[in-house]
Design a protein around this ligand. Sequence first.
Ligand SMILES: [Ca+2]
Ligand SMILES: [Ca+2]
Length: 197
Amino acid sequence: MRRPGASLPVAVHLLLLFCSTVATGVEWDQRNDPPWYYGWSSLSYVPLQGQEFVPDLDRMEILHLWIEDHNVDEIGAAEFSVCLREESIFGPVVATSWVLSLPEGFHGTAPFIFDNVSLVPGDKYVFEILIEPFGAPGNWGVGYTSSQPPSEDYARGNRIRDGVVQQVQDLWFREGVYTGVSTQQLTWGSIKALYID
Ligand SMILES: [Ca+2]
Ligand SMILES: [Ca+2]
């Protein structure tokens, strides 16, 4: 994971991040994170993918998405980031997450970190998932859920695929802020337990 433009490996970045003060938990705001997902959508080959949401909190520091490498026969890591936009996937950019490098074969909760983004509670935002390189080997995908109207998995927005809102689908996601600080000595294992399921 790295800030845009930097290139240190994930472990080094997390250790640097937590060497002085340590966030001890996360308060989730908006979420659609059941213990299953309906399907996955290729990030490697379909652009302009994301999710609308309307926050209750006035800031955002972390976003979890379910990301998978869907071709075990094709070798390839990839780098991901999330671009937060106002109103639509074509709207003005509010912030961009640190870059997250995921290894060949990864599947699970991918944590995207933001530098304390200010949000307006009640306004609509859209996060767009970016993959580098586009067309990355392995056919990387993002998990989503699907519902039958009038029920809806996440009621304050919908999934976006190829720039088009998908009315009955939502990405598997949860976004929120860090809570509390500690000076406790953390191991790499305990850092992973906090931020990577
Ligand atoms: Ca692969
Ligand atoms: Ca929805």
